[in-house]
Design a protein around this ligand. Structure first.
Ligand code: SF4
Ligand code: SF4
Length: 282
């Protein structure tokens, strides 16, 4: 079972929810819990889970390299590339590796067999254990724009026999779609503010298109207004839980401590888990 935790906007408490759900499950008899940190530009779940990292591997993509002695400058490779990562001039082929998605299309279509491929490192994948949780984190190299291939690598580690919690990058772009894809359920974490509502609407559209079941968690409930609730009611979207705006949560967060040590919050996560199971079975 794959449960992804997403938010249209950053800073809503998505990682707090993902981490505490994983810890709640691991500490309450569920076996084979995995945590995949796919927020690869800024993975920070490790601060709360404190995993013992046992293995690290470099993640690379294959980018083209042109042998200009074989090239006839026909321009086919540039035509094929959907990402504008190749430009063919009169007697020169220019490659922009940071735009290349490593799809291999140019190599396949080159009529002169002038293109070979070389590895370009884009990040690193760390694996370890946090309590009984299998922890996997992708981390993009600084300045590297290509998040999707590393998220794909992280997701190859999904254990189909267990429960996988995925911390999804914020937003609604390609890396988010790669991270939530094939989820059985998605928790959308938002806050009751105009920005929260705007980005929630975008995230809801994405999940509807992907046909992924979802529910909303309102974090910092008590600030802002009721517009998020009204939107959910109009759209028949279930609000699975509200996490109150509470100074204690901020203090625990700043110290990298799980909010489950507070009995009230443990009950909230119990309720969230029960709702997810019911929604998946419905
Ligand atoms: S497709 Fe091949 S031969 Fe044509 S310009 Fe590109 S590298 Fe050169
Ligand atoms: S591998 Fe794909 S993305 Fe990269 S340059 Fe070739 S066609 Fe473009």
């Amino acid at each position: 079972m794959i449960i992804s935790v997403a938010s249209g906007k950053g800073g809503t408490g998505k990682t707090t929810v993902a981490v505490n759900l994983a810890l709640f499950l691991a500490r309450n008899r569920e076996k084979n819990i995995q945590f995949l940190d796919c927020d690869v530009e800024e993975p920070n779940a490790y601060i709360f889970l404190k995993p013992d990292i046992q293995e690290s591997q470099k993640v690379s993509i294959l980018v083209p390299e042109v042998d200009e002695r074989k090239c006839n400058f026909c321009g086919k490779c540039a035509e094929v590339c959907a990402y504008n990562a190749i430009a063919v001039l009169k007697n020169k082929v220019m490659i922009f590796p940071e735009l290349c998605h490593g799809c291999g299309g140019c190599t396949l279509f080159c009529p002169e067999d002038a293109i070979s491929e070389k590895e370009r490192g884009i990040g690193v994948l760390h694996q370890g254990k946090a309590e009984s949780i299998s922890f996997i984190q992708g981390k993009l190299n600084i300045g590297e724009p290509m998040a999707t291939p590393i998220i794909r690598e992280v997701k190859k580690k999904v254990n189909p026999d267990g429960i996988t919690i995925i911390d999804v990058p914020p937003g609604t772009s390609c890396p988010v779609i790669e991270a939530v894809n094939r989820s059985d359920f998605c928790l959308l974490v938002t806050e009751p503010t105009p920005f929260g509502l705007n980005d929630l609407k975008l995230a809801v559209e994405v999940l509807k298109k992907l046909k992924i079941k979802f529910g909303v968690i309102i974090n910092r409930a008590g600030i802002g207004d009721d517009k998020v609730k009204e939107f959910c009611e109009d759209e028949s979207i279930q609000i699975l839980a509200e996490i109150p705006y509470d100074r204690n949560v901020a203090v625990l967060y700043s110290q990298g401590i799980s909010i489950l040590i507070e009995a009230d919050y443990a009950k909230i996560f119990e309720k969230i888990w029960d709702s997810i199971k019911r929604k998946i079975d419905s």
